[in-house]
Design a protein around this ligand. Structure first.
Ligand SMILES: Cc1cc2nc3c(=O)[nH]c(=O)nc-3n(C[C@H](O)[C@H](O)[C@H](O)COP(=O)(O)O)c2cc1C
Length: 206
């Protein structure tokens, strides 16, 4: 929670008040809040509980300036006190899958997770299974935005960047896939109001 917000927003309030913010108040992130927001994002569900998402948090103006260059000059990358890079690492997920077994399931659960992941992805190439890993990381990306808003912070999701350049800047392996960059901080502008399709436009009821 921030100094100006004493109570977390409800999920509905967080959804209603989340809009993309591209100008932020110039003050560092509260590190406790940042940690809590990341913890909440990690409570996202994933198939077989594989938790393919990984986070890289950048709070270094020099590195942010380089990230901004990789993001075609988009100003929000340096305006925000922090940028959370959300990516999936399916190769790390495979290598360490036993960690994702529920402790209640004991050794059998750990062996089961290994068998499951090898059965499902052993026959796929790195790019194919990486794509699947990304579909899971995107869920955490959504949770992250709402967790941030519920704690009084604002964000803007971004895919407008050169992924190769970001991998090089952060020293990430080539196989990772990005859910997006997420500049985060307190809003210094209101952003555009939400403009969305109606339920009827995008839904068929059977
Ligand atoms: C996956 C994704 C990628 C996006 N990439 C960018 C981006 O590179 N730069 C940017 O300014 N906004 C980006 N946006 C923000 C969208 O423009 C914005 O979410 C959309 O217009 C709806 O507005 P709202 O977020 O304010 O509700 C992105 C949004 C998503 C979900």
């Amino acid at each position: 929670m921030t100094a100006t917000q004493t109570k977390d927003l409800s999920v509905a309030e967080a959804i209603e008040t989340r809009v993309s913010i591209r100008k932020f108040v110039q003050e560092p992130m509260d590190q406790g809040d940042l940690h809590e927001i990341l913890r909440l994002a990690g409570l996202a569900p994933s198939a077989w509980n594989f938790q393919t998402w990984r986070f890289a948090v950048v709070q270094n103006p020099e590195l942010q300036a380089k990230l901004q260059e990789a993001a075609y000059g988009q100003g929000q990358v340096t305006s925000a006190p922090a940028v959370i890079v959300v990516y999936s690492d399916m190769e790390d997920t495979i290598a360490t899958v036993e960690e994702t077994a529920h402790p209640g399931m004991g050794e059998e659960g750990r062996a089961g997770q290994r068998k499951t992941i090898e059965g499902a992805f052993g026959g796929q190439d790195v790019a194919q299974r990486g794509q699947w890993g990304l579909s899971q990381a995107n869920i955490a990306f959504g949770f992250l935005m709402l967790a941030a808003r519920s704690k009084g912070y604002d964000t803007v999701p971004m895919l407008g960047f050169n992924p190769q350049a970001v991998k090089e800047l952060l020293g990430l392996p080539d196989h990772v896939q990005f859910a997006g960059l997420l500049p985060i901080g307190k809003r210094a502008e209101n952003g555009f109001s939400q403009h969305r399709h109606s339920v009827e436009r995008v839904t068929k009821f059977y």
